[in-house]
Design a protein around this ligand. Structure first.
Ligand code: ADP
Ligand code: MG
Length: 322
């Protein structure tokens, strides 16, 4: 007997480096009318590097010390930013102390106790706005303002700013950069064509309005870093500064409007959106276990270009199935 089209498509997807989990998953992939892509780890390599350590005025902690404390707090996190911070401390030959009472908040950052002090590392939006506990009020306000100024300089340069706080006071702002994956731009162009955004025709009879077709960048990172990545790979629609539940809300809003969304992501922070979407694809090598478990398909070889390929394979198989 000849192999059923969907199973045959799964085999072909495998040769392109995509593991599709079932025939039903293969079928869902081709039904999508809209694509949402995560930035860090999906369009970019997800292996950011610490390009600089900035000490805000009056922080009283030197950059090396701040980086060592940040690395201590990040040791137990699997976030790409955490790996970059730990690697930067190692490269500089710093001794990284042990940490306890580690906790992390997806889309925001981590917290741990290091040498008896509370260290927080994470997004400036989450950590540098007033009301951070455990610090003296007046002093904290001034230092937070200084750190916010440094963070916006870093972000204005299109980099990702990460704040480091010790006992509620900012001691450093780390500047991170991340490279676009090879093939990301071409993959986005193919996804635009597959979702009909270029012609405005959409896919399928019920599609056709702007909100039901197209490609959007959904990211927890800051707006300027997001826009830079979007420009580099040809995306005009960007939603930045999102928490994991905001990614879910974006996916649900499109789907309530009749779209079938393909979510592409890699992180723990993407797992809820991968689950909410009509279909989800996880980037394999950098992907978190939760994202890999939740997705319909896993890109094993780490090429973003495999995403439009698998959608096209599904469409062809669906036509044959009828
Ligand atoms: P993306 O959607 O681009 O993959 P995330 O949602 O994973 O981004 O993260 C959003 C922001 O939250 C990051 O830019 C960073 O500021 C902060 N963040 C999340 N996890 C960490 C961490 N382990 N260490 C430092 N910052 C973090
Ligand atoms: Mg990510």
């Amino acid at each position: 007997a000849t192999m059923p089209p969907l199973l045959s498509a799964i085999a072909t997807a495998g040769r392109h480096g995509v593991l599709v989990k079932s025939a039903a998953a293969m079928e869902r992939l081709g039904a999508v009318t809209r694509v949402a892509l995560d930035k860090t780890g999906t369009l970019t390599e997800g292996a950011p590097r610490v390009a600089g350590v900035r000490s805000p005025a009056g922080s009283g902690t030197d950059g090396a010390r701040a980086l060592a404390l940040a690395a201590a707090a990040e040791q137990s996190s699997e976030h790409p930013i955490a790996r970059a911070v730990v690697a930067a401390a190692r490269e500089r030959g710093l001794r990284v102390p042990g940490a306890c009472e580690f906790s992390s908040t997806p889309g925001r950052g981590v917290r741990a106790v290091v040498e008896g002090r509370t260290v927080r590392v994470g997004s400036p939006a989450a950590l540098l706005n007033a009301g951070v506990s455990g610090s003296e009020e007046g002093l904290a306000e001034e230092q937070l303002r200084g750190a916010r100024a440094v963070a916006s300089e870093v972000e204005a340069a299109g980099q990702t700013a990460v704040a480091v706080l010790v006992d509620g006071l900012p001691v450093a702002v780390l500047a991170l950069t991340d490279r676009l994956r090879p093939g990301a731009r071409e993959a986005v162009a193919r996804l635009h064509r597959l979702t009909g955004a270029e012609t405005g025709l959409g896919h399928g009879a019920e599609a056709g309005t702007a909100s039901e077709t197209g490609v959007t960048l959904l990211t927890g990172d800051n707006a300027r870093a997001a826009r830079r990545t979007a420009e580099e790979c040809g995306i005009t629609d960007v939603q930045a500064g999102l928490l994991p539940q905001d990614k879910v809300a974006a996916v649900r809003a499109w789907q309530d409007g009749g779209a079938k969304v393909l979510m592409v992501g890699d992180g723990v922070n993407d797992a809820p959106a991968l689950a909410a979407a009509h279909s989800g694809v996880a980037m394999g090598r950098v992907g978190s276990d939760l994202a890999l478990e939740t997705a319909d398909a896993v890109v094993v070889r780490d090429e973003t270009g495999a995403v439009p390929t698998v959608v096209a394979l599904s469409r062809r198989a669906r036509r044959l199935v009828v």
